[in-house]
Design a protein. Structure first.
Lengths: 116, 111
């Protein structure tokens, strides 16, 4: 079972470069999201989508773009990388459920990004 | 004040010990609550949801106190394999997801 697949796992970028983190899920989940995780902080939401063609900003969207052309794919684009974007990035997906049992989030394995 | 706060630890405990973590949340409108486990350099994975009446899953017990706005996780008979970071997660929405993650509590179980 593939679940949530994100690539690449590791990437080093120079300041000003652009790149795309890929994310795909095979569970037919409506909801997909991108988080970043920094030391001493909780996961912070960058962008999310509730279905194909619909995206919205999260807590820390600046410097990132997303699109959702299909249910399966939700790529994250860094437009002009900055050292402050050095972080671990997680893609996640879930059903849009109700209450406690409906909202289990499935995460990809993470992408370690370093901007120098 | 952070929306979800956890003691970062680390909690260093011997095998077989009982350990408890608390997590406080600031938004009284929070709808649902979860504990996720994250191993070093891995993705978070759902450990258990937290029900209003409290719930148990083997050695793990979760409690919710809405009046005081905190949730707790109790681990009995700790195993070496329980060593991980435990993330408290709060969903502010009844339908759909508006999740707020705590920074996590580190547990180290030693032989």
């Amino acid at each position: 079972n593939a679940g949530v697949t994100q690539t690449p796992k590791f990437q080093v970028l120079k300041t000003g470069q652009s790149m795309t983190l890929q994310c795909a899920q095979d569970m037919n989940h409506e909801y997909m999201s991108w988080y970043r995780q920094d030391p001493g902080m909780g996961l912070r939401l960058i962008h999310y989508s509730v279905g194909a063609g619909i995206t919205d900003q999260g807590e820390v969207p600046n410097g990132y773009n997303v699109s959702r052309s299909t249910t399966e794919d939700f790529p994250l684009r860094l437009l002009s990388a900055a050292p402050s974007q050095t972080s671990v990035y997680f893609c996640a997906s879930s059903y849009i459920g109700m209450g406690v049992t409906g909202n289990t989030i499935y995460f990809g394995e993470g992408s370690w990004l370093t901007v120098v | 004040r952070k929306e979800v706060e956890q003691d970062p630890g680390p909690f260093n405990v011997p095998e077989g010990a009982t350990v408890a973590f608390n997590c406080t949340y600031s938004n009284s409108a929070s709808q649902s609550f979860f504990w996720y486990r994250q191993d070093c350099r891995k993705e978070p994975k759902l450990l258990m949801s937290v029900y209003s009446s409290g719930n148990e899953d083997g050695r793990f017990t979760a409690q919710l106190n809405r009046a005081s706005q905190y949730i707790s996780l109790l681990i009995r008979d700790s195993k070496l394999s329980d060593s991980a970071t435990y993330l408290c997660v709060v969903n502010l929405r009844r339908s759909g997801n508006k999740l707020v993650f705590g920074a996590g509590t580190i547990l180290r179980v030693k032989s």
